[in-house]
Design a protein around this ligand. Sequence first.
Ligand SMILES: [Fe+2]
Ligand SMILES: [Fe+2]
Length: 287
Amino acid sequence: MENNTPLASLDEWEMDILKRYPDPSNIANEKAVEAFRDYEAETRDTVKEFYRLNHQYQSYDFVIDKKNEFLQFNKKEMPIWNAFDFLNELVDDSDPDTDLDQMQHLLQTSEAIRNDGHPDWMVLVGLIHDMGKVLCLFGEPQWSVVGDTFPVGCAYSDKIVYPEFFKSNPDYNHEIYSQKYGVYAPNCGLKNVQLSWGHDEYVYHMMKDHLPEEGLYMLRYHSFYSQHRESAYDHLMDDHDHEMFKWVKLFNPYDLYSKNPNQKSWEELQPYYKALVKKYLPETLKF
Ligand SMILES: [Fe+2]
Ligand SMILES: [Fe+2]
């Protein structure tokens, strides 16, 4: 029987990204460099199994099906604050390393952005960027909610983590989807490209009428590591994407490296965030 939930928690995937892309401010630190070198050796079987499933099942047809299912937003309607409570149900008891619940990660990210004086819509992006993980509570398996994202409908890049697992994907030997450009034209722009399904695409569609385009790029492509870290898909990007990816790259370190042990309490922060949400978002959101 297939195990659809190999990860002890969704954070396990994020911890794994940190091993691949260690905090550059710690890079001189011997341990971090070593951890990076030993990436393959140290990667837990659960993470490997998670990527095996993700790469096997994220095909072009799968993405289209999931979009048809979830982008109707007919599952639930609730204020964003209920969604955060909902999200916190994802906290698992099996992983002793996970000391932060999902809401804490979101606040750490948004507060770090706020402390650096970025525009308030970017602070809001920090707060909501992982809200799409509520997909898990609609019964979606982990490999369909988190994980690095990548284009489907064209050849999978070998710059994506564990590229060998794509051999089990039905598109791997597809006449068109296995080609460099697949169903796309050279430099057609990401707006014409289907990315693997997950929490990024879902939250982007939820927010697309409410935030500036720069913020929408951050939401939609924050897990697209093979592009924003490895530039593996320049051949599909257009000039506008390159311009906008400056913002995606600006956002990424806040997502990965903002861990403040002296974080203010939610009680203290609440008035600011209530006002921020009110400024940009409607009373309730559709999921
Ligand atoms: Fe995320
Ligand atoms: Fe995140």
